[in-house]
Design a protein around this ligand. Sequence first.
Ligand code: BGC
Length: 328
Amino acid sequence: MRKRWLTLCLLLALLGPLAARAELPRVGVGAYSGRDTFITSLVGQIRERGQGRLDLHIVYAQGDQNRQNDQILQMIEDGVDVLMVNPVDRVSAVYLIALARQHDLPLILFNREPLREDLAAYDRAYYVGIDPRRQGELQGELAAAYFRAHPEQDLNGDGIIQYVLLRGEPGHQDAELRSLFSLRAMTAQGLRTQKLAEETAYWEKGLGQERMAMLLNAYGRRVELVIANNDDMALGAIDALKAAGYFAGSQAIPVIGVDATAPALEAIAQGALYGTVQNDAARQAQAVVDLAVLLAADQPVDADSYPFPLNERVVYIPSQAITQDTLP
Ligand code: BGC
């Protein structure tokens, strides 16, 4: 009798964790690419923070919207409880929203912001990201502060800062709005600027390097400031600047990015990257995971249940500027 009881206890102990695991909400996670530094870190954080709370199934779309649509259809067929999608093309999110609605599944979009009217069409669709306007402003404020402290870096002494801009993917809200608002903030801060040129480098470090090398060929020492829509492109630009002899001895040039990725923080510590603006992957991941847990349980999402700023089903995680003086 005692032996049978022990066997039963042992069985229960073994099955317990399995049963608990099976009860976790099933979540299909679709990311636009597995090769993007920031997205890799964000998805890694979602995985970490979802542990023990969500049963996550993560797939990558390799930059192909059709592939992503198929992946999401497959997740629905597999019976997920919640969808989390980082769309390839933010405008195509309208299709994903309609699909989720048709299957009555909660949908959390992240990092690539759907159009507000698309999001409004389904009351179980949410967006988690950052405010790219504010990030652009912080970049512009960093630039203005730099030239207030280093007027000698107006190399030709004309009272105007000649700059080049490295842009992320066209149509991505973060590329468009960071570009616009960084310029507005420089002007608002009283910094006179002239954009020598802008190049699109699709968020990529390799392209950032290539485009910056081209810009240096065309403009050389006329470039006094580099603004990049993200850190990877800023780090690529720094590689090109180093190859052209900058950052050796006293030849510095301010380069400003966004994201605060680990390699960017290292470059700030080394004095190559002047500054960046945080794109807080840890808090965005926490906001996505907490939201999925609530939605899967059909719980209300409001100020009592959810500790993140929520406005018409949009969550913007705040960002901060980082330089050597404020390195975390
Ligand atoms: C980040 C970029 C990233 C892009 C991907 C942006 O918010 O700043 O580094 O490549 O999102 O969608």
